[in-house]
Design a protein around this ligand. Structure first.
Ligand code: NAD
Length: 484
């Protein structure tokens, strides 16, 4: 599309933009109308190999020689450029992912914050000295892994680049980024920003392409020292297995079926907007979507009524119309979500309320009416599987013990929300729920870049975001000096 302000059909390797080795391209669709938004390079194994080589050369060259403070300064400069271009980046992300503009704006600001945060942290990660036998001095050095591979999904490209690539660069790694084939314009824009900020060639390489080609080549490459993967459980398992051949460590940020637990004593007025937003943000295509709403029986019917009222008011339309909900990412994703709604009908599970698609939404867009489901038991597939669409199930519970049991009874463990005024219960649930993060009387804490994030069980392992990510993107060397 002519109004994308850069060439989209190139890979970025060793500081140079050029077509993929095989010269092929892929279509990037605009989910809001189903038309071609742009063409991107179809990077493959040869491009990944060159990118890994360029990253290694950067580590051996100018990038590897930079002081931590200088790396931090470069990241901070990139953060300032992101802020300067925030509106343009938000528009690209909205067009590419289909998310309402205001959500894409928040993502651009989050990317800037990650770069500020990791820029400031770059020179603050240090080792220790360890008391040992008097004849020795022992110290630990925090060192970069080396070449880090980053395979990311289409749902939050800017945010995930910020938390993953930002932290890796701060620690002095050289990165190879494989964005998703469904949405990768802001990954390319990010490389442009790195170039403008003066990041040494090869410190960041971006190779768009399919998962089966570029993604698989990156996860199996023997020259990669660490892989950060964000995406589905099935692909995460493939990536981890491929990396295992070279004993390469992997961080997996996978899916979820996160509960929001509402007790009868909760401030329902405060909870209500969070409960719905956690399910419909980015059309429900969010790893941390609060897709199960567990409600204590005395307030179940009243809360269901209020949730239904909100659902009926939801408006769905094109990303740039900036309504409550945008389209799904693709026709395929829409089919998947529709198949779950068909299952609800087939099993006699009630759709308590639906939102509406605005009348003039382009016909080719992947629009779907958000659906609030009541009456699916906690073991039903709708309450167990990650639907990845604007669908939430409401499930009643009798008491605290049952709430914990239901909350923990999925294969996932990413996020949980707990709504109660009872302080003891807040702490008990924070401990009893098996998930990477628990939010009490809120959901997501505004997304804070400072807060470590990750899963347990099938939701993954390892942590990104916050200072914690810097440990994940580095390795520890022990030095023992015998001096007599
Ligand atoms: P996906 O696993 O299909 O794709 C993610 C990435 O993996 C893409 O770049 C894709 O090209 C690549 N890929 C696909 N096949 C590959 C292979 N064989 N080898 C290597 N790479 C391959 O996931 P998706 O459908 O794009 O994203 C949605 C999933 O991501 C959901 O499950 C969601 O919960 C999860 N997610 C998790 C987080 C988190 O932080 N935990 C954040 C966002 C999304």
């Amino acid at each position: 599309m002519s109004d994308i302000p850069f060439e989209t059909r190139h890979v970025f390797i060793a500081g140079e933009w050029r077509p993929a080795d095989a010269g092929e391209t892929l279509e990037l669709q605009n989910p809001s109308d189903g038309t071609e938004l742009a063409r991107i390079a179809r990077g493959g194994a040869a491009d990944i190999d060159r990118a890994v080589g360029a990253a290694r050369a950067a580590l051996d060259g100018a990038w590897g020689r930079l002081a931590a403070a200088e790396r931090g300064r470069l990241l901070a400069a990139m953060g300032r450029l992101v802020l300067e271009q925030a509106e343009e980046l938000a528009r690209l992300e909205a067009l590419d992912v289909g998310k309402p503009l205001r959500q894409a704006r928040a993502d651009a600001l989050a990317l800037a914050r990650y770069l500020e945060f990791y820029g400031g942290a770059a020179d603050k990660v240090h080792g220790e000295t360890i008391p040992y036998q008097p004849a020795y001095t022992v110290l630990t050095l925090r060192e970069p892994h080396g070449v880090t591979g980053h395979i990311i999904p289409w749902n939050y490209p800017m945010q995930i680049i910020g938390r993953s690539v930002g932290a890796a660069l701060a620690m002095g790694n050289a990165a190879v980024l494989k964005p998703a084939e469904e949405a990768c314009l802001t990954a390319l824009a990010f490389a442009k920003i790195a170039e403008r900020a003066g990041l040494p060639a090869g410190a960041l390489n971006v190779v768009p392409g399919t998962g089966e080609e570029a993604g698989a080549a990156l996860s199996a490459h023997g020259g990669v020292d660490h892989i950060s993967f964000t995406g589905s459980v099935a692909t995460g398992a493939l990536v981890q297995a491929a990396a295992a051949h070279h004993a390469v460590p992997v961080t997996l940020e996978l899916g979820g079926k996160s509960p929001q637990i509402v007790f009868a004593d909760a401030d329902l007025d405060a909870a209500l907007p969070y409960l719905v937003n956690a399910g419909i943000q980015n059309a429900g295509q969010t790893c941390s979507a609060g897709s199960r709403i567990l409600v204590e029986r005395p307030v179940h019917d009243a809360l269901l009524g209020r949730l239904a009222e909100r659902y009926r008011a939801l408006k769905v339309g094109p990303a740039l119309a900036d309504l409550d909900v945008g389209p799904l990412i693709s026709a395929r994703q829409k089919e998947i979500v529709e198949s779950y709604l068909a299952l609800a009908r087939q099993d006699g599970v009630a759709v308590a309320a639906e939102g509406s698609i605005i009348a003039n939404a382009p016909r080719g867009g992947y629009y779907l009416r958000p659906a609030l489901i009541a009456g699916a038991g906690p073991g039903h597939r709708l309450a167990q599987e990650e639907i990845f669409g604007p669908v939430q199930v409401v499930i009643p519970f009798a008491d605290e013990a049952e709430a914990v049991r239901i909350a923990n009874a999925t294969q996932y463990g990413l996020v949980a929300g707990v709504w109660t005024r009872d302080g003891g219960r807040q702490l008990r649930l924070a401990r009893a729920i098996r998930s990477g993060q628990v939010f009490v009387n809120n959901y997501g804490a505004g997304g804070g870049v400072e807060l470590p994030f990750g899963g347990v069980k099938r939701s993954g392992h390892g942590r990104e975001k916050g200072f914690e990510a810097l440990y994940g993107f580095s390795t520890l060397k022990t030095v023992a000096i015998l001096h007599g």
